[in-house]
Design a protein around this ligand. Sequence first.
Ligand code: ADP
Ligand code: NI
Length: 213
Amino acid sequence: MNKSEQIVKTEEFVKANMKGYDSGHDWWHIVRVRNLARFINEMEALADPFAVEITTLLHDTADSKFAGDSDKAYLFMSEFMDENGLSTIRDQVMNVIKNISFSSKSARVLDDPLFYVVQDADRLDAIGAIGVARAFNYGGFRNNKIYDPEIISQIGSVHGTSSTISHFYEKLLLLKYRMNTLTGKKLAAERHEFLEVFLKEFYKEWEFNNISL
Ligand code: ADP
Ligand code: NI
């Protein structure tokens, strides 16, 4: 099997394994992350482009929020890679995927260019206009409140899933400070600015007093 056939096989595997995920984590999230990772890697020539393809494609197939037992999902992914001639990059790819998650307590920063590229790409898709759309989509999927004015959030505060607005302070507003690559940092700065514009407008509308016109 050549590399483009292996990519097609991997795309099929991913599509078959992401059914039941929310629409912010669907196939199009994978496509966006792949495009962002390709761009970052072209700008910085850090990682093997084929490994970038395979890792971005597989990066959410064992997400514990959706896949149930992620150990089983990792085993399944590892078997898939062995059966499709991807054994030589298997350990590197799996190691990256296991450590890119923002929310996982056990995740580590790896000293691997592949990790830098894929993590930046995944994080960029969580901010900017798409990030806002995904956050409210995920909040709706979990039936969380849009906003709870009784909870005052600050950057870094932890209120669990109290509201989607509080998720901005727990995660989204931190991401621009956590980018690995220069290209990732530049893209994140622009997307971060949009988050701030969005929040400003959100609070302005929330606090609207019914002034007679
Ligand atoms: P990671 O894969 O880095 O752990 P997540 O899977 O937690 O990231 O997040 C993926 C997407 O879901 C992001 O767009 C994120 O903002 C959104 N998301 C995760 N948790 C919440 C939440 N509690 N409320 C709103 N959006 C969320
Ligand atoms: Ni992802």
